[in-house]
Design a protein around this ligand. Structure first.
Ligand SMILES: Cc1cc2nc3c(=O)[nH]c(=O)nc-3n(C[C@H](O)[C@H](O)[C@H](O)COP(=O)(O)O)c2cc1C
Length: 392
């Protein structure tokens, strides 16, 4: 395992050396990034000696290797200890004005922050709001502890113990391996149901949820097939992509790819009906009303449920009212192992960056995954599904 360790300019910077030493003794490879302020508290030499690797201090050294991208691509987890109020504020605002902030902004790996600062700095509304915003974006925060601070007084803001920080890393490592060797199929995006060569009935799905899940499953070691409908969003690197347009195409592809997978997650927004007749040529504008008759599409989720064998099958229910009752009915009727209830009322859901999910399973299993961006929800969903798969 490989850790990117960020060290910021606070009194607790010296404690990062002990954490680095503990990790090295456990066989972890560590790349250290120090901020300019951190180097006022502890010398890069300490970390270079402990890790037997160069220490990175500038965005501008060896730019031909684009260090902020390379370092996060090569690492499994990024940890910042200590994280200053300044770094936390910059990350919350998306500022990338040095190597550490640029690398963290570019990271798709788990990011853990261990704040340490004066109690008033920690309790200030700005710091608290920034920490909450980062948590909602998927950062894990290892809360500081109450104790003796550098100002010779006691308060909340002491760096968490090395044991708590290493525990957080262990949990992140375990997540990274949680789908190793598993085959995962994910459906995503809308369907298009044509009624002439240039017109179709569709919906507002962008596929963002399924794409986030595919990326997260691949990061956790799975061999992922993403069945992707028409969308402008790019599929993630490192997954097999099968394109579909209509519900019938999706159904055929899903039965081929998803049956036999260890885990199938169906997020695609499948049209329930399609035009009964599609004209071969573009319908001409006549000034008259146009009536299009619709006929039912195949029920892709039900078809997967009937043939699922040992596959763990997770559906999505996009509901605008009485969410959980409808979702539980769908869970039972379609032989699903779990269902994520997707609240598409108001501004959440389709085409938005954020969502709010509840996962339901069995007779009364229920876990709130909270409101967050889709990448964070994908990680929470795969954590929960991983636990259910291990128990089933
Ligand atoms: C003696 C001294 C101790 C400091 N300790 C902390 C600290 O524990 N936590 C913190 O957030 N800032 C602390 N600061 C302030 C930071 O060093 C300052 O905000 C700096 O800009 C942080 O830069 P960085 O986030 O790029 O490392 C301290 C400053 C000084 C002079």
């Amino acid at each position: 395992m490989r850790v990117l360790l960020g060290v910021c300019g606070g009194i607790a910077a010296y404690k990062a050396a002990a954490i680095a030493s503990t990790l090295v003794q456990r066989g972890v490879t560590i790349d250290v990034i120090m901020t300019a302020a951190a180097q006022r508290f502890i010398a890069p030499l300490t970390f270079a000696s402990l890790t037997a690797r160069p220490v990175y201090t500038s965005l501008w050294d060896a730019p031909e290797r684009i260090p902020h991208i390379r370092l996060v691509r090569e690492a499994d987890v990024a940890l910042v200890a200590p994280a200053t109020a300044n770094l936390i504020a910059k990350l919350a605002a998306g500022i990338a004005d040095d190597l550490l902030t640029s690398a963290l902004l570019a990271a798709r790996i788990p990011r853990i922050l261990a704040p340490a600062m004066n109690d008033a700095m920690y309790e200030d509304g700005a710091t608290q709001a920034n920490l909450r915003a980062l948590q909602a974006r998927g950062y894990e925060i290892v809360d500081p502890e109450r104790g003796f601070l550098a100002e010779r007084e006691s308060g909340m803001g002491r760096l968490a113990s090395p044991e708590r920080i290493v525990d957080a890393l262990d949990r992140a490592f375990a997540r990274r391996r949680s789908l190793q060797g598993k085959r995962v199929a994910i459906t995503a995006g809308p369907t298009r149901e044509p009624f002439d060569p240039v017109r179709f009935a569709s919906n507002a799905s962008t596929g963002a949820t399924g794409i986030a899940l595919a990326r997260e499953a691949a990061l956790r070691g799975a061999a992922v097939t993403l069945l992707l409908g028409p969308t402008l969003l790019e599929p993630p690197a490192g997954v097999d992509v099968v394109r579909f347009s209509t519900a019938q195409e999706l159904c055929a592809a899903a039965l081929q790819c998803a049956v036999g997978a260890d885990l199938t997650i169906a997020t695609a927004a499948v049209a329930d009906w399609r035009p009964a007749h599609a004209s071969d040529s573009k319908l001409k504008k006549s000034g008259d009303a146009l009536t299009v008759a619709f006929e039912p599409n195949p029920d892709v989720l039900a078809a997967l449920g009937e043939r699922k064998g040992n596959t763990f099958l997770v559906g999505f229910a996009a509901e605008t009212e009485d969410h959980e009752r409808h979702a539980r009915a769908k869970l039972r009727a379609k032989h699903l192992d779990a269902i994520a209830v997707n609240d598409v009322a108001g501004e959440r859901g389709f085409g938005t960056g954020e969502n709010e999910l509840v996962l339901l399973w069995g007779e009364d299993g229920r876990r709130e995954l909270g409101r967050a961006d889709k990448a964070t929800l994908a990680a929470r969903l795969l954590d929960a599904v991983g636990e259910l798969m291990r128990c089933s």
